[in-house]
Design a binder for this molecule. Structure first.
Ligand SMILES: Cc1cn([C@H]2C[C@H](O)[C@@H](COP(=O)(O)OP(=O)(O)O[C@H]3O[C@H](C)C(=O)[C@H](O)[C@H]3O)O2)c(=O)[nH]c1=O
Length: 188
């Protein structure tokens, strides 16, 4: 399993091996022990899967506040997307900085995003599916959002008008946002 760094040390890119044969491929898309060997020793309790029909769909930037903060292991089940994590841990040397990567069914790449980060993505093809494991359950009362275009992220829009939910349209800007995370307390 290949692990590579991103612009933010705590955010990792993980590419599990695919065993190809004439039928296609087999891949252990998640293996707790292998991830722990790579320094990401976490337990997941919920698996999410969403489908976005249109290219340029932006979902995010979202977080769940403590005590239900979520770490996420994200992959693309179909199509292509640009996945982004933004550090919102107060006191972090990379506070407000972002790390992004293209995840696709083709490249099989995954992104590990610890608790204490915003998560969002933009689809690069129609009918793109994202699948991600979470380290805590959905807790609507702890759900929060920051505007997708308020963190200096270099989204690959290329003139596409983004498709947003109403919730994401009205999210606060990063500089108007008081993060519930602190650098010390938001590990993994
Ligand atoms: C997140 C979530 C949502 N829902 C329900 C709530 C709504 O009725 C419906 C759509 O929720 P929402 O519009 O928040 O879905 P996304 O815009 O894809 O939000 C997600 O997008 C970004 C990329 C994330 O990382 C988060 O997991 C999550 O915030 O699913 C559930 O039932 N369980 C859940 O865990």
């Amino acid at each position: 399993m290949k692990i590579t760094d991103t612009a933010i040390p705590a955010v990792k890119l993980i590419t599990p091996p695919r065993i190809a044969d004439d039928r296609g491929f087999f891949c252990e898309s998640w293996n707790r022990a292998r991830l722990a060997e790579a320094g990401i020793a976490v337990d997941f309790v919920q698996d999410n899967h969403s489908l976005s029909h249109r290219t340029g769909t932006v979902r995010g930037l979202h977080y769940q506040a403590p005590p239900h903060a979520q770490g996420k292991l994200v992959r693309c089940g179909h199509g292509r997307l640009f996945d982004v994590a933004v550090d919102i841990r107060k006191g972090s040397p990379t506070y407000g900085q972002w790390a992004g990567a293209e995840l696709s069914f083709e490249n099989g790449r995954q992104m590990w995003i610890p608790a204490g980060f915003l998560h969002g993505f933009m689809t690069l093809e129609p009918d793109t599916e994202i699948i991600y494991k979470c380290t805590d359950y959905y807790a609507p009362d702890c759900d929060g959002a920051v505007r997708w275009d308020s963190c200096g992220i270099d989204w690959p829009l290329e003139g596409i008008a983004p498709v947003l939910s109403e919730k994401d349209e009205r999210a606060p800007r990063l500089d108007d946002f008081d993060s519930p995370f602190s650098y010390a307390g938001a590990a993994a």
